[in-house]
Design a protein around this ligand. Structure first.
Ligand SMILES: Cc1cc2nc3c(=O)[nH]c(=O)nc-3n(C[C@H](O)[C@H](O)[C@H](O)COP(=O)(O)O)c2cc1C
Length: 395
């Protein structure tokens, strides 16, 4: 059993989102404000809909933390729906007959509406939409803020950037990873190049005017990692498998790459791998490249993790897509729900969060510990015993 596990619950327009994170060692310093920092970052990015302005995503810590430190008991978090008074009848749990408000009868292509409705035998596909919505990721981001804090205590950091929106690509070098989030958070679409950011904003505006939507690609990095997270010994312990699963669990993600990714397929072997050289310190090993994206054989090398994910365009279009009114079988315009035009910048922040949860799980799998006091020395001792592959030049 993994030491760290979590569950979320909540509908998009329900009373609240809730999450439980179990297995966090005792003694980790955490405050609600640290959760809010990440929740605010999740709302960044030009192209978001009206809902983002309305939600202030106040997150309450219900349990597992006392006087600013984790207790080792399950951490329960709650994000109330600020708009609940407008939904309290429509979404109430008590029996309520004859209310057709907000009923969804024409499925939106590209959403779970039709298949979820058929699978769960719902005639009102709002019963699907409400949970399929990416609103759920707000509580995952909040839970992951705890995982991030744990990683940070060990010197592990996570950042991201948008590299593509629609046809516009940001080709600027990523540069110093320690400054990545600061740079990306400062542009309107969380890419790093100001000119590319301008072109991306224009592309989003043009799509909006046309009643259309845009997808894109984002890149997530983790650095300061030890060698040895994950394992080659069994399929479900390979860290890239766990990372890919986490990224594919994010709404609208259709592809995940690690390191060279799909590019490796067309690269000769002489230029696709990371040759090893003697490191600066005796007994250590260094690589001049990081084509593997920080993972070999299911195990972290200690070089930065480099993960890219492709997000499909938002599937709710103001110029509605063709669909079918299921009650009559007649052609109809797909249901239009208040919606984002582009959410790639937010998806990048959520990607950081999902990576934090996977890495915190892997760290606790390897080092265990009921308290931070127990975990920290184990982690440090291991890092000395099995030094990471460094990117420093040879001796
Ligand atoms: C941060 C984020 C925000 C999103 N916002 C919207 C939105 O406003 N409207 C919409 O139709 N889809 C939105 N989506 C995408 C849908 O959640 C997604 O396309 C849908 O769940 C079906 O995706 P799937 O086929 O990958 O499950 C968003 C996705 C993410 C990650």
């Amino acid at each position: 059993m993994t030491q760290l596990r979590y569950l979320t619950a909540g509908e998009s327009h329900g009373k609240a989102l809730v999450g439980i994170l179990e297995g966090v060692p005792a003694g980790l310093g955490i405050t609600a404000e640290e959760l809010h920092v990440e929740l605010r970052r999740r709302k960044l990015g030009h192209g978001r809909g009206a809902r983002q302005k309305m939600e202030d995503d106040a997150c309450e810590i219900l349990s597992g933390v006392r006087h600013g430190r984790t207790l080792g008991s399950p951490i329960a978090l709650l994000i109330p729906n600020r708009d609940w008074r407008n939904w309290s009848e429509i979404m109430q749990s008590e029996p309520f007959e004859g209310d057709a408000r907000r009923k969804l009868e024409v499925p939106r292509p590209g959403h779970a509406d039709y298949v979820g409705g058929q699978k769960y035998r719902h005639t009102d596909m709002r019963n699907v939409l409400e949970r399929a919505s990416a609103r759920e990721t707000a509580i995952r981001v909040a839970l992951a803020a705890v995982a991030r804090k744990l990683l940070r205590e060990l010197g592990i950091q996570i950042g991201s950037r948008v590299i593509r929106i629609g046809e516009v690509i940001d080709t600027a070098a990523t540069g110093d990873l320690n400054k990545l989030n600061e740079r990306a958070d400062a542009t309107a679409v969380r890419c790093v190049d100001a000119q590319a950011a301008g072109a991306m904003v224009q592309a989003i505006e043009a799509a909006k005017k046309a009643g259309d939507t845009l997808g894109g690609v984002f890149e997530v990095y983790a650095w300061g990692l030890p060698l040895g997270l994950g394992s080659h010994v069994h399929w479900d312990r390979r860290i890239e498998g766990l990372i890919a699963q986490a990224f594919m669990s994010l709404n609208a993600i259709k592809g995940v790459e690690i390191g060279l990714g799909f590019g490796a397929a067309g690269t000769p072997g002489s230029r696709a791998h990371d040759e090893l050289f003697p490191g600066v310190e005796a007994g250590t090993v260094a690589a001049k490249t990081n084509r593997s994206g920080g993972i070999d054989g299911g195990i972290t090398t200690g070089q930065p993790l480099v993960i890219r994910a492709a997000m499909k365009p938002i599937a709710t279009l103001m110029s509605a897509l063709h669909s079918v009114r299921l009650s009559t079988g007649e052609p109809a315009d797909a249901h239009v729900e208040r919606s984002d035009v582009c959410a790639v910048p937010a998806a990048a922040v959520i990607g950081e969060s999902l990576l934090a949860l996977v890495l915190a799980q892997a760290v606790l799998d390897k080092f265990g510990g009921d308290s931070m006091e127990e975990l920290l020395p184990r982690f440090e001792e291991w890092s000395r015993a099995a030094p990471a592959v460094t990117s420093t030049p040879d001796r």
